[in-house]
Design a protein around this ligand. Structure first.
Ligand code: ATP
Ligand code: MG
Length: 348
């Protein structure tokens, strides 16, 4: 059953929860593409979104709800910022974990303008009550409010103007199917190719007003884990390094020196990634070893390792996840310049 928020006559609107000051967001916002045609890569997704926008505009309807899913830093928020600009409508940003009770949603829903975009980031972290409350809002453009309290309480059904919900999630699997199915469009963002990341680095170097050689941009792209946010962060560090140590211009040599100083190696692994591999190989004889054992040995949390370290090691084929635990691959030994155990061969 849908739980309804209670609004009594004299109850003041609760102030919005302050969002945590986030340096990363600040950085992201400065370099974020503003329009769909400034988005590099993800061509299929861009084209589908453009078609949906054009069709909605021709029919004079609101755009269907869209869910973006994919690992961090690949452009979910970027799409969610570009779409309302293309539509020429306002947007309100909400964060899933910040929405505790359905009534936290009421101010946003009751102030919606026709065709407006409501963006909910980390939508997999909304509570069940919020989720149920969204069902009628998304499907019927209506919400139920309970006015008054106790014996005088009355349910009032409030119509909403047509609007577009954009959801973003790094964990689409955690969304229930009723919520997932209410999104008309579902778009999964994948990792970027080196030439796409090179393009992003070159464009953002211009935005940051720093000059860069093409081969340096490609090198940054190569060491950025297929992820624009990582490329941007690397670029900013190398810009600082070039400014203080190398007359401000980014060459391949400056890039290599700056990345070495930041302990980022040729595959884009950082110190923590290598420490994970060394623990697995040296201490745990290459596995199979449980994540908790690795975490305890490294003095790290297993959540950090499984969310931030392992996805890239798995994608780079440096480790395997087996039912008995994590195993280092021959490639991991080779990358760390360690001798292969006798039973292991390297296939190139
Ligand atoms: N396709 C792209 N073209 C150019 N720059 C991009 C693209 N995608 C992402 N970026 C850059 O990467 C930064 C991070 O992207 P964004 O904030 O959209 O990621 P996200 O998927 O929302 O990540 P998270 O899951 O952590 O919220 C942006 O500020 C932008 O500068
Ligand atoms: Mg985001």
């Amino acid at each position: 059953m849908t739980r309804e928020p209670t609004i009594s006559g004299d109850q003041k609107q609760r102030p919005r929860r302050p969002r945590p000051a986030d340096v990363q967001k600040e950085i992201d916002n400065r370099l974020r593409p503003q329009r769909l045609d400034e988005i590099v890569g993800q061509r299929d997704v861009v084209q589908r979104v453009q078609i949906a926008i054009e069709a909605a505009r021709q029919r004079g309807e609101s755009l269907g709800h869209i869910l973006f899913d994919g690992p961090p830093g690949l452009g979910k928020t970027t799409f969610a910022t570009c779409i309302p600009r293309e539509l020429g409508v306002p947007v309100e940003f909400l964060s899933g974990p910040g929405l505790g009770k359905p009534r936290d949603l009421v101010p946003s829903l009751s102030n919606l303008q026709h065709g407006q975009v409501l963006f909910i980031d980390e939508i997999h972290r909304i509570s069940n009550a919020i989720e149920e409350y969204l069902y009628t809002a998304m499907e019927d453009f209506r919400i139920d409010l309970v006015l008054g309290e106790g014996i005088n309480a009355r349910t009032h059904s409030m119509p909403l103007p047509p609007f577009t919900l954009i959801g973003a999630t790094t964990r689409a699997g955690m969304l229930t199917s009723p919520l997932r199915d209410r999104f008309i469009h579902r778009e999964r963002l994948g990792f970027y190719h080196i030439d796409e990341l090179t393009e992003i680095v070159l464009r953002n170097a211009a935005k940051l007003k720093v000059t860069i050689d093409d081969d340096a941009a490609t090198e940054i792209a190569r060491r950025s884990r297929g992820t624009p946010r990582v490329a941007n962060n690397r670029l900013r560090w190398i810009r600082d390094y070039a400014q203080t140590r190398a007359a401000g211009h980014i060459t391949l040599a400056v890039t290599a020196d700056a990345l070495q100083m930041a302990e980022i190696d040729s595959l884009g692994l950082d110190g923590q990634d290598r420490s994970y591999l060394e623990t697995l190989i040296r201490v745990c004889s290459g596995g199979p070893t449980g994540i908790d054992t690795i975490a305890a040995t490294m003095n790290a949390s297993s959540d950090t390792l499984s969310d931030e370290v392992e996805p890239f090691l798995l994608r780079s084929e440096l480790i395997l996840r087996t039912p008995r635990g994590r195993v280092a691959t021959a490639r991991a030994y080779q990358h760390l310049n360690l001798p292969l155990p006798p039973q292991m061969t390297l296939f190139e």
